[in-house]
Write a protein that binds this ligand. Structure first.
Ligand code: GDP
Ligand code: MG
Length: 449
């Protein structure tokens, strides 16, 4: 994507609004990126429309070119949507807090049960796992193994014994098991119960009915819809089916350690509006973390490098100072040594992004300047300018031989360093005067090109 976006990074403007053509060109690339990331088509369409509207009404920033600005808006919107109403687990005021897991088979529910249990136990909670997946013979065993690893007890059905002994050939009523499991947690004063449920490979009515019966039986505080990040375009249909069939209060995205770009996250958010609570990033119980909207946004856009560049460009560029400078130039006011220092400092900030400038066309000139730029030079210049009196700063012409010697002594440099600075400044001043007649400001970040 970066390559494609880069090709739209052009036509730098100094003021005004973003042009419709600039915006549309960039949005076309963004739309392609979202589809590549398997975000569902209707979600992409709606998202693009929102971004377009916002971009059309936004002012042009001094630090960014139009494509960068649209990307910035896209990123902000993405982070906003992914993190909107973001929250942690909701605990019940009257324990136990009941957490029910729902989702397709293989989504990662049982694994998540273990991860959540470990996470909660580490926070001082006393979770009990309930094996309400009686669909597959070994499902109960699998949950028991996971519970063992997490160091928490499990409640599983056993003929004539409901004390939590695991069995292999389970037959029974998952709704009853769920209900008894929660009841047991209450009696044994566990403060959290996690109910693992069955999933089928595809959506099916029987499964959905069972999940909804379990929900009615245990009245969960949270129903977490567990979805595999690799599900791609099916995310919307699956999320909708679970929303209608069981309804859920939050989402957990699994298998984020794989190649999937995570478009499912945006699809599920876009379609259901439910918050994404956690991300699962591996098979180990510790591969579990809170969901980070910003990381997800850059993963979906697959352009972390471009976003970093945008961030740095903005940091390096103090819009206010630039505006002041631009006004000085425009009104033909004199460019002073203080302005010169500010310009140098901006160059220094930009120095840290030297390497990345190669990504942007039209930055060749800037890069050349930076290549010849020594950061220590700024410190030296600053020292020299600070050793001048205000009168000298305003009117360097008065700086004669004895003043030069005094400034050199004061700033710990040689007289010839002072001479050199004054020459460079005179050159810059001359250039600024020419530009106040001519227009743009070459060499200044974000202004002209
Ligand atoms: P369930 O059918 O929904 O209970 O899914 P499981 O918890 O049994 O997980 C199905 C498979 O996916 C197992 O092999 C898990 O080890 C694996 N799995 C679960 N979560 C993750 C994850 O975040 N990353 C990876 N790589 N594998 C996972
Ligand atoms: Mg399972």
């Amino acid at each position: 994507l970066s390559d494609r976006l880069t090709s739209t990074f052009k036509n730098l403007r100094a003021k005004g609004r973003l042009s419709e053509a600039d915006i549309d060109a960039t949005i076309r690339e963004i739309r392609r990126a979202l589809l590549d990331a398997d975000v569902a088509v209707p979600v992409v369409r709606e998202f693009s429309a929102t971004v377009r509207e916002r971009a059309l009404s936004s002012e042009v920033s001094g630090a960014l070119n139009p494509a960068q600005q649209v990307v910035k808006i896209v990123n902000e919107e993405l982070v906003g949507i992914l993190g909107g109403e973001s929250r942690g687990l909701r605990f019940s005021k009257t324990p136990p807090t009941v957490i029910m897991l729902a989702g397709l088979q293989g989504a990662g529910k049982t694994t998540l049960a273990g991860k959540l249990a470990l996470h909660l136990r580490e926070q001082g909670h006393t979770p009990l796992l309930v094996a309400a997946d009686l669909q597959r013979p070994n499902a109960v065993t699998q949950l028991s193994v996971v519970a063992d690893r997490a160091g928490v007890p499990v409640f599983a059905p056993h003929p004539g014994n409901q004390s939590g002994v695991e069995v292999d050939d389970v037959i029974g009523d998952p709704v009853a098991v769920a209900r008894e499991g929660v009841e047991t947690a209450r009696q044994r004063q566990h403060d959290v119960v996690i109910v693992d449920t069955a999933g089928r490979l595809g959506l099916d009515a029987v499964l959905m009915q069972q999940a909804s019966d379990i929900r009615d039986a245990v009245q969960p505080d949270e129903v977490l819809f567990v979805i595999d990040a690799m599900i791609g375009q099916d995310a919307v249909a699956t999320a909708k089916a679970f929303e209608e069939g069981v309804d859920f209060t939050g989402v957990v995205l699994t298998k984020l350690d794989g190649d999937a770009r995570g478009g499912a996250a945006l699809s599920v958010r876009g379609v259901t509006g439910r918050p994404i609570l956690f991300a699962s990033t591996g098979e180990k119980l510790t591969d579990f973390e809170a969901f980070h909207p910003d990381r997800m946004a850059s993963r979906i856009l697959d352009m972390g490098d471009v976003l970093t560049l945008i961030e740095q460009a903005e940091k390096a560029f103090d819009a206010e100072q630039a505006a002041k400078m631009a006004e000085k130039v425009a009104t033909g006011q004199d460019f002073t040594l203080a302005d010169f220092l500010v310009q140098m400092q901006q160059m220094k900030n930009m120095g840290s992004m030297k390497k990345m400038l190669g990504m942007l066309p039209g930055m060749g000139q800037m890069r050349e300047a930076l290549d010849n730029f020594d950061e220590r030079e700024v410190d030296r210049i600053e020292a020299i300018i600070r050793s001048m009196t205000p009168a000298e700063r305003d009117n360097p012409k008065i700086i004669n031989g004895s003043r030069r010697a005094r400034i050199a002594r004061g700033s710990g440099v040689t007289t010839s360093d002072v001479n050199q600075l004054l020459e460079r400044f005179a050159g810059a001043q001359k250039m600024m005067r020419q530009m106040s007649r001519g227009g743009g400001m070459p060499g200044m970040p974000g202004m002209g090109n």
